[in-house]
Design a protein around this ligand. Structure first.
Ligand code: G3P
Length: 217
């Protein structure tokens, strides 16, 4: 399973990259707002130290507007993925970008049938939003399971990118259900290292090393 970091915060992305946790980056308008810097400058800075795919979200409503943004975004880095919302106009844009071999990530996917539509349009990735489904009392993970079955049945190459991840169990369950990628906020990524038995074990080993017998010189 690949790990993307769901962030536009340069320090967090660098920190996670140094830990070997960043195969790619996903951003959205909210994350750009939180990072507090210019959109283009932020993406260009990320693309200077990240080789993997960087998803950049379009804001237009029509396919033409999205394609215009896509043409601009692909000049911002070497591995830009155009993030497009799951709408009929969005799928028109995905079809055209796919024909030009430009990578796309269809976002705000909340059902397996939306995922199927996006795969048929030629999307590189689809992003089912697990946490936001859980928030309204649905089981977000079901969408991963059902979409995996559909994509395998028809041999779609579109990758399932589990998004809106809120906790480590979302990652564990998505991995078991066969999601290709999980895009994870920095805080949750760092939590993956934590286990009380690891912390206790380190403490005990250090304590014991201080009580080692020393050989006479
Ligand atoms: O980047 C899309 C998605 O991961 C957003 O997550 O937490 O805002 O639902 P969240």
């Amino acid at each position: 399973m690949e790990f993307f970091i769901d962030s536009a915060n340069i320090e967090d992305i660098k920190k996670a990259k140094d830990m070997g946790l960043v195969d790619g980056v996903t951003t959205n308008p909210t994350l750009i707002k939180k990072a507090g810097k210019d959109h283009k400058a932020t993406i260009q800075e990320i693309s200077q130290f990240i080789d993997g795919p960087i998803s950049v979200e379009t804001l237009g409503h029509t396919a033409e507007e999205m394609l215009e943004e896509a043409n601009e975004y692909i000049t911002w880095g070497n591995n830009i993925v155009i993030k497009i919302v799951m709408t009929p106009e969005g799928m028109k844009a995905v079809k055209q970008l796919s024909a030009k071999n430009i990578k796309t990530n269809v976002t705000l996917v909340f059902s397996p049938l939306q995922g199927l539509i996006a795969a048929k349009a030629g999307a590189t990735y689809i992003s089912p939003f697990l946490g936001r489904l859980d928030d309204i009392g649905h089981d977000g993970l079901t969408i991963i399971e059902q979409t995996r079955t559909i994509f395998d049945n028809y041999k779609f190459k579109t990758k399932i990118l589990a998004a809106s991840i809120r906790h480590p169990m979302h990652i564990l369950d998505s991995a078991q259900m066969g999601a290709d990628v999980a895009t994870v906020p920095a805080g949750t990524l760092f939590k993956l290292f934590e286990h009380p038995l690891t912390a206790n074990g380190i403490e005990a080993f250090i304590k014991d090393s201080k009580a080692w017998a020393t050989s006479a010189v």
